[in-house]
Design a protein around this ligand. Structure first.
Ligand code: ZN
Length: 411
């Protein structure tokens, strides 16, 4: 995505603030002798920011505005080590609310909706982000927070909630409870706004069908405001994101070079107007691509594709970046194969190759199925794997998470 003049102007303001505050990024820029940028090329020479930088700044090293202007902090739940603390000014909180309000509007939600919010409130950005945007919209918020399914269903019925905000797993749990109790006729839900975890098309369909609602995916991360920086529209052709608040690039996670629109890689985000903790070229490690062209909805905001996983899962086969969920998605489009598969990467004759093992029952021609799968992968991803079809039940199964990708190159 080309950086505009206006975005360059805003990046320069962010750079100025970071340098004056003497933050980790300000120091990186001083070391590199950079005080401003004037072109796309300049921008692409700016150093990246990493989660580790943010962690090193614990507790308040990211604070870029004067303390009197900081009104709140949020924190990302670090699975390892120290958490990351993000300070917000009143303007940051307000900007985030504006972005979230746009998300609701994109989903066709209005001030006549009743929005039941089930993500958690507290240090992390989920619940309060959904709430802030809904209040700006003027809708009626039902701030439930997570858990207590009994109470959730009672409020949903008695107050006639029309919008459910939830993680995909909690939305599924509620959908199943509603079915089990036979109370669907008392439920007035029309729409679901679902947080940005990775979820498959099968799960999406199950929630949408059993509740009879439209689903919208929301994107965001605590380091960059929180959820609400993008959402899909009703055409469901990727998530529109707000490029007046953030600039997004997709980079090759190995070479770190920016990729053209349409190619898959890592999402890198630059904030354009943040005060409490601006971030320049922040590596999210989320995999996606910018969808080229215009959306049928006519909205001018650019689009990101559904998040396909993390960069750590990525493989490079014959010069093409591949990740397991792409293969999985293609396999799922073949009704003849079971849900079990195995991917083996090996190094043969100086080249990396991929072998895919899938299972089917005895009613199809194994070789023909293998050829069709290989051809589909070639046309959609760009290389031809070796596909081996086996009898159902032959691939290993385990009670815990089955290891489906085996890299034999370094054995
Ligand atoms: Zn659209």
């Amino acid at each position: 995505m080309h950086i505009s003049e206006e975005q360059i102007r805003l990046v320069n303001k962010q750079i100025g603030a970071l340098v004056s505050a003497g933050s980790f990024y300000g120091k990186k820029l001083e070391e590199a002798g950079i005080r401003e940028i004037n072109s796309q090329e300049d921008f692409e020479n700016l150093p990246f920011s990493e989660k580790a930088d943010l962690r090193d700044a614990y507790p308040l090293g990211l604070m870029t505005a004067p303390e009197k202007d900081i009104v709140r902090i949020h924190s990302s739940s670090g699975t390892t080590g120290l958490p990351v603390i993000i300070p917000y000014t009143a303007k940051d909180v307000d900007d985030w609310g504006e972005m979230f309000k746009r998300c609701y509007e994109m989903a066709g939600i209005t001030n006549m909706d009743r929005i039941q919010i089930t993500p958690g409130y507290g240090l992390w950005t989920a619940g309060i982000g959904f709430q802030n945007g809904a209040e700006k919209l003027g809708a009626m918020v039902i701030p439930m927070g997570p858990g207590n399914t009994e109470k959730q269903l009672q409020m949903m019925q008695d107050l006639g909630s029309t919008v459910l905000c939830a993680t995909s797993s909690y939305a599924l749990l509620l959908a199943e409870e509603i079915e089990k109790r036979g109370i669907k006729q008392n439920i007035k839900l029309k729409k679901g706004v679902i947080g940005s975890e990775r979820w498959g098309e099968k799960m999406r369909k199950r929630i949408a069908d059993s509740l009879g609602i439209e689903l919208y995916d929301i994107y965001g991360l605590t380091e960059i405001y929180g959820p609400g920086i993008g959402i899909n529209c009703k055409y469901n052709t990727g998530m529109h994101y707000w490029d007046d608040y953030i600039y997004i690039e997709i980079i090759d996670p190995v070479t770190l070079k920016p990729l053209p629109d349409g190619e898959w890689g890592e999402i890198v985000i630059t904030t354009l107007v943040k005060e409490g903790a601006p971030l320049i070229r922040y590596r999210t490690h989320d995999l996606s691509r910018i969808i080229p062209g215009e959306c049928p909805c006519g909205c001018r905001f650019p689009r990101l594709d559904t998040i396909k996983g993390r960069t750590d899962d990525m493989m490079k086969i014959k010069g093409v970046n591949v990740f397991p969920s792409q293969i999985e998605e293609i396999l799922q489009s073949f009704p003849e194969v079971s849900s079990e598969y195995q991917i083996r990467i090996s190094h043969l004759d100086g080249k990396d190759t991929m072998r895919i093992y899938v299972e089917t029952n005895g009613h199809v021609d194994f070789q023909d199925l293998a050829n069709r799968i290989a051809a589909t992968i070639k046309s959609r991803i760009g290389f031809t794997p070796l596909v081996k079809v086996v009898e159902i039940g032959l691939l290993p199964r385990s009670e815990k998470k089955t290891k489906r990708v085996i890299d034999e190159r370094f054995d």
